[in-house]
Design a protein around this ligand. Structure first.
Ligand SMILES: Cc1cc2nc3c(=O)[nH]c(=O)nc-3n(C[C@H](O)[C@H](O)[C@H](O)COP(=O)(O)O)c2cc1C
Ligand code: SF4
Length: 679
């Protein structure tokens, strides 16, 4: 049992708002909306998390103009028609004794015509670096005044709907964040020019809200502690000055976040690659300059939360994604049961990546997140009858199916042929950017036996063993093997190895490494496809995204080897490496590649692999990419033998994970969860 965090449990105040403790769920868009209205799914999702122990829940960014202020499929606060669902949401959160604020925002330049219905607007016409967005136009002084009014009207609607506070979104490169940036806001000639002009605009918004909602209506401001913009932007010193000015303008709390699409710094990385708690120092700096409370977020692990308060680095701690993974995060942490929390691994794969595909967000670790029948891991409904279940394979899918089946009351035995759980996915932890993967298996290692699962390690399963054990249900989760494209490779030379051989330490690797991945020899096509949602005027929704384990393994191996000082190149026949990977993961990956000197050669045909390296053809040029070691990661082949031999021999047989459909850790865990819920 972990120690109960005492300071975290202390009541706190934001202006007139009294909170039962210091734990805050920050705004996180879900895309659980339809034409600007929250859906029942959203109400249920937030209600479940409102029962999870936080003192304050900040609801995701609501567009103050619809669809003009959207950046994703935001909810809206721009008209009274949205009041009924906003009211329903506020009531649902209050039902569990949790206070609720609504974040109000304008997407500014981080939007596109398809999403906001017309040309995006900003403080200037400087485009965002992100391929998702269209070039903005600079708004006029008159339009700035209108923005002030829209924020005021939105806040009043939030108050009428029952929200206890509003948070003005001045972070992440959206409209107000761009206005605060000395770099992006450098071309205007009016009173809203430069950082000073941005402060003026936000100050007017605060005043407008106070005028409309009452001076005691709490207003939080979420700002960037640092834009991490290589061309300038708000720095960690600027953000302290901005905080002082916003306090003076009437803000009741400063919520520190960071970054915009141009950011390029390893501590801005929103995946698990960044160090834990890497933004706390900015909150600490700001806390020294203001008297109002300060909160901070990002990649904060359970053991850090109390320390941040003890050291006086912030007054409140925001925990975002870990609440997606475990809706009971707060209750467990506050009760000294941190080890029981289903852990977020900050992978960004199910949440951020899916968000920008404009699909409903989910979670790699908790596939039930956001489903209308989601239950917390420890409150999953029991099955109608208890069954004897045998699971073969201890990778992510095997662990998941065993755990969920056991939680549902079944008698479960899990076999793994290696001496550790985790399969190929756990190997990723060797990459300096994937260390948090280990958290998932540390959790499984204690949760499986604690839930009654008999874990049998180092045991290869034969059909005879299953026939002897006579389980009611057999689940095969044995994964897949790497594909070996014989046409190109001929016989496999000693310089050719697989990603798994490298990551498990079985292969000897030279100093110059070439990795071949995402090829037309892959078994599946890695891609994202976006299709319109019927009825949502300008809304679009991704119905399909595919990125397979071979692509992920290739990039993990590249980072692992580069961290050992090797010179790594990646060759792909596609126009990008792992084209199906989400924008958040991809964006940070490419930046890390650049820093680690990992070079990608795309659109290159592999003609031959020999003992000198890879013979490539690109733009009509044939070229030998010299390498001591060539790593092949071009698709995967299902291990079918065991399933074939058990078909018709056992009463109930399921295949989960890659054996069901080649995919990645997220699709594997999801397929396992779905099967476990049906047993
Ligand atoms: C899916 C998703 C959506 C988000 N949407 C918002 C948002 O609407 N407004 C905002 O200020 N931050 C948003 N964030 C950022 C979070 O509030 C938080 O700062 C971030 O997730 C880092 O904290 P964490 O590591 O505890 O998750 C979002 C994060 C995620 C994962
Ligand atoms: S998808 Fe990954 S980062 Fe997002 S909540 Fe789940 S585990 Fe955390």
């Amino acid at each position: 049992m972990s120690i109960k965090p005492t300071l975290l449990a202390q009541p706190g105040k934001i202006g007139s708002l009294e909170l039962k403790n210091r734990l805050v769920i920050p705004a996180m868009c879900t895309n659980y909306t339809y034409q600007g209205h929250f859906t029942d799914r959203a109400i249920y999702y937030y209600g479940l998390r409102a029962q999870g122990g936080a003192g304050l829940m900040i609801i995701e960014a609501a567009a103050i103009d619809y669809p003009g202020a959207r950046s994703v499929l935001n909810n809206s606060v721009s008209d009274d028609q949205y009041l009924p669902t906003l009211k329903k949401l506020a009531e649902e959160v209050h039902r569990y004794g949790t206070k609720v604020a609504l974040q109000i925002m304008h997407g500014g330049r981080q939007s596109s015509v398809a999403i906001c219905g017309s040309q995006p607007v900003s403080c200037s016409n400087i485009s965002s670096a992100q391929v998702l967005y269209d070039r903005p136009r600079e708004i006029s002084t008159y339009e700035c005044k209108r923005i002030v009014k829209l924020f005021g009207e939105g806040a009043l609607r939030a108050k009428k709907a029952g929200f206890d506070a509003v948070e003005i979104h001045c972070a992440h490169g959206y409209l107000l964040s761009a206005f605060l940036s000395p770099t992006l806001n450098s071309t205007r000639t009016d009173e809203y020019r430069g950082m000073e002009g941005g402060i003026k605009l936000v100050s007017e918004i605060i005043q407008e809200i106070k005028n409309r909602c009452g001076s005691d209506y709490p207003v939080l401001c979420r700002i960037n502690g640092d834009d991490f913009d290589p061309s300038g932007g708000v720095t960690a010193i600027d953000s302290r000055m901005i905080s002082v000015a916003l306090e003076k303008a009437g803000a009741d709390c400063i919520n520190i976040s960071s970054g915009l699409r141009e950011s390029d710094h390893h501590i801005h990385d929103q995946t698990m690659a960044s160090p834990r708690g890497s933004w706390v120092y900015m909150a600490e700096g700001i806390k020294k300059t203001v008297t109002i409370p300060v909160m901070v977020a990002k990649h904060i692990s359970e053991d850090m939360v109390e320390n941040i308060l003890v050291k006086g680095q912030a007054d409140f701690v925001c925990i975002g994604r870990p609440f997606i993974t475990d809706p009971e995060y707060g209750t467990k942490l506050l009760n000294g049961k941190a080890e029981e929390i289903l852990p977020c691994i900050w992978c960004a794969q199910g949440c951020f990546d899916v968000l920008w595909m404009l699909a409903p967000t989910t979670c790699l670790v908790n596939p039930a997140a956001g489903r209308i029948d989601e239950a917390s891991i420890d409150k999953i409904p029991k099955a109608s009858s208890k069954k004897k279940v045998t699971v073969i394979g201890g990778g992510p899918a095997g662990c998941e199916v065993a755990l969920i089946a056991a939680k549902r009351g079944h008698q479960v035995t899990l076999y793994e042929r290696e001496n550790r759980l985790g399969g190929a996915y756990r190997l990723a932890r060797s990459s300096p950017s994937k260390r948090e993967v280990e958290r998932l298996f540390t959790y499984f290692e204690q949760a499986l036996p604690n839930s009654g699962v008999k874990v049998m390690l180092g045991k290869e399963v034969s059909p005879d063993l299953i026939k002897k054990e006579k389980p009611h249900t057999t689940v095969i989760a044995v994964g897949a093997d790497p594909v070996f494209p014989e046409k190109i490779l001929g016989t496999k030379g000693s310089n050719i190895v697989t990603a798994a051989e490298v990551m498990s330490g079985k292969a000897k690797v030279g100093n110059r490494v070439a990795i071949w991945t995402c090829s037309y020899h892959c078994t599946f096509t890695c891609k994202q496809k976006i299709t319109p949602v019927e009825g949502d005027l300008t809304g679009i929704n991704s119905t399909y995204s595919y990125a397979c384990q071979a692509g992920y393994a290739a990039v993990d191996t590249a980072e692992y080897l580069a961290s050992q000082g090797k010179l790594v190149s990646i060759v792909t026949e596609r126009n990008a490496v792992v084209p199906g990977m989400g924008y958040t993961s991809r964006g940070y990956l490419i930046r890390r590649f650049y820093r680690a000197n990992i070079r990608v050669c795309s659109n290159a045909k592999v003609r031959e692999i020999n003992d000198q390296g890879i013979l490539l053809e690109k733009a009509g040029i044939t070229f030998l990419l010299d390498a001591d070691t060539v790593i092949i990661s071009v698709g995967a082949k299902q291990r079918k033998e065991l399933a074939e031999s058990l078909k018709g021999e056992v009463p109930e047989l399921h295949i989960v994970g890659d054996g069901q459909k080649i995919g990645n850790a997220m699709t594997s865990i999801e397929s396992a969860y779905d099967v476990a819920m049906k047993i």
